[in-house]
Each structure stands twice: as structure tokens, then as C-alpha cells.
Design a protein around this ligand. Structure first.
Ligand code: NDP
Length: 274
């Protein structure tokens, strides 16, 4: 069978599920969709998708079932009544969760004779199907090779390893880094705004080039030990962070926005203490 012509069923039509279905339809794939709350298929139907009235019927309509629901609990809830229909078939779970949840799900599905690949989407809905998008998968390599050929249009497939928890682990860790940067950028803008600065000018002329310059250094320097190279003098950085926290409080920026500075201060003090 030509893998590209495998029929794909997507469980979940939130903003990500809709984006996945859309990218697969654009690539000419055969797509059936299901959503807990009916009526969310919108223009996907006009673009060629079929809508299944139940999870069981969606599973029956596909050679490959892809889940993209809110969280692990929603995947369990949706699959529980229909899992016998998946026996002998394949499930790809692109719902975010922890590595432990992915390993537990793999064990449960194995008991039901379901082939399983866990995934993590390294994209947001508007970037699904674009060059930058990539999808982490973990599980059996030969299953990944088959799934990669079918789901390639949603984003570049990247195999994280045999351990079913690997994709979720890397996904959660990468998201942690992203949220840290996002919290920092929000705090930066809040400071500029609170002190009467021009936010747009700051973003354009300072924040973006500064982030671009420092991003590779941050990634290369990330370390489980709180080791800071000599040229980045941790005692000096701790003093700078204390000044920033004091300025943030004076400017009236809510303390909750400055949590990333406290995390860095903690690490610099530990590094300075040796
Ligand atoms: P949405 O909140 O837009 O959609 C959530 C989906 O989950 C809906 O289809 C909802 O159905 C369904 N759902 C929730 N609870 C249940 C349940 N108990 N049983 C069955 N279905 C349920 O989320 P997204 O589509 O944006 O995200 C989906 C997954 O993709 C998440 O795990 C998210 O972390 C991941 N992801 C999202 C990204 C993004 O930028 N959006 C980026 C990368 C990953 P209903 O319509 O009935 O409520």
C-alpha cells in the first residue's frame, strides 16, 4: 500500500487539530475528523474532510488515528470506550503531556494490541505545515518510518527515540525554555511601559536584536550544574539581578511577572558560592 494514501482520522478539532487536518487536506490526504463537541469541522468539510459522529467511527474510518486533545486525561476519556476498535491498528498521540503519561499510555495501548507512537508538536497552529515546523515522535523506529511518510505534511518528522516518553520529555523541556523567554520578554515590555518608554521602538531596535544575539549563547550555556563561565562573573550578575528586581518593584510591575529573574538570581548566587 502507498503510505501516502493511508486514511487518517484526527481526534480533536481545537485550534491545533484543525491546523493538522488542514495541512493534511492541503497535501491531498484522506482525512476523517471527530470532535467531542460537534460542529467544529467548519471549512474542513468543504475542503474534503469527513466528520465522524463518534470516536469509534472515526477510528474505523482511518488506517491511522491521530489524537490532538487538551491533555492526557482527555485522551484517556475519549479512547476508553473505543479502544477495542483500535486493536491491531495505530494511534499517534500529538496531545501534550509528560513523559510518564506517554509511557503509561504506551503500556495501556500495548495491552489492547494497539501500535503507538507518542508525539510532541514543535509548532503553533499558523506554522503547522510550514518549513520551520517539526514534530517529535517516539516509539518503534519502523513505525516512525511509516508514520513519517504519512504525516510529513504537518511538519518535519523527527524521531526522538524508542522510549515512548522521549518526545514528551523533549517537548516539555523545550516549552519550558520558550515560556521562560516569553516571561522575560513580557517583563521587559512591562518595565519599558511602566517607565514611560516607547514599547514598539524598544522591541524593534533593542529587544529583538538582543534576543537574537544571546539565544545561541543561552542554548549552548544551559547546564544542569549552576556553572557559569568566568567571563560571565556570577557575583556581578547576581548584583545586576538584585538591581533589576528592585527597579521592577519600584516601577510597579507585579512581582509575579519577575519570577524568571528570581530563578536566575538563585542560580547566580549558587554559582558564585562555588
Ligand atoms: P484547544 O483548547 O483549542 O482544543 C482542545 C481540544 O480538546 C478540543 O477539541 C476539545 O474538544 C478537546 N477536549 C478537551 N477535553 C476533552 C475531553 N475530556 N474529551 C474529548 N475531547 C476533549 O487546544 P489545541 O487544539 O490548541 O491543543 C491541542 C493539543 O495540542 C494540546 O495538548 C496542546 O498542548 C497541543 N499543542 C498546541 C499548540 C498550540 O499552539 N495551540 C502548540 C503545540 C502543541 P471540545 O471542542 O469538545 O471542547
Amino acid at each position: 500500500m502507498n503510505m501516502r494514501h493511508e486514511r487518517i482520522s484526527i481526534l480533536g478539532l481545537g485550534s491545533m487539530g484543525r491546523a493538522l487536518a488542514g495541512a493534511l487536506l492541503d497535501a491531498g490526504r484522506d482525512v476523517t475528523v471527530w470532535n467531542r463537541t460537534p460542529g467544529k469541522a467548519g471549512d474542513l468539510l468543504a475542503r474534503g474532510a469527513r466528520e465522524a459522529p463518534s470516536v469509534a467511527e472515526a477510528i474505523e474510518a482511518g488506517d491511522l488515528t491521530v489524537a490532538c486533545l487538551l491533555d492526557d486525561a482527555s485522551v484517556r476519556e475519549a479512547l476508553a470506550p473505543a479502544v477495542p476498535k483500535l486493536a491491531g491498528g495505530t494511534l499517534v498521540n500529538l496531545t501534550s503531556g509528560s513523559s510518564r503519561q506517554a509511557r503509561d499510555l504506551a503500556g495501556w495501548l500495548e495491552e489492547h494490541d494497539v501500535r503507538f507512537l507518542a508525539g510532541g508538536i514543535m509548532a503553533v497552529p499558523p506554522t503547522v505545515g510550514t518549513d520551520g515546523a517539526f514534530i517529535l515522535y517516539s516509539g518503534a523506529r519502523e513505525l516512525f518510518d511509516r508514520v513519517a511518510a504519512v504525516l510529513g505534511p504537518i511538519g518535519r518528522p523527527h524521531w526522538a527515540g524508542e522510549d515512548p516518553g522521549a518526545a514528551a520529555l523533549y517537548d516539555m523541556a523545550a516549552l519550558s525554555a520558550m515560556y521562560g523567554l516569553s516571561a522575560g520578554a513580557d517583563h521587559a515590555v512591562a518595565l519599558v511601559h511602566a517607565d514611560g518608554g516607547d514599547v514598539e521602538k524598544f522591541k524593534r531596535e533593542v529587544l529583538r536584536p538582543w534576543m537574537e544575539q544571546t539565544l545561541p549563547i543561552m542554548v549552548a550555556g544551559a547546564d544542569v550544574r549552576d556553572s557559569v563561565p568566568d567571563e560571565y562573573n556570577p557575583a556581578m550578575q547576581a548584583t545586576g539581578l538584585e538591581t533589576m528586581l528592585a527597579f521592577s518593584a519600584e516601577a510597579g510591575v507585579p512581582d509575579e511577572r519577575a519570577g524568571h529573574l528570581r530563578a536566575s538570581l538563585w542560580a547566580m548566587r549558587r554559582a558564585a558560592a562555588g
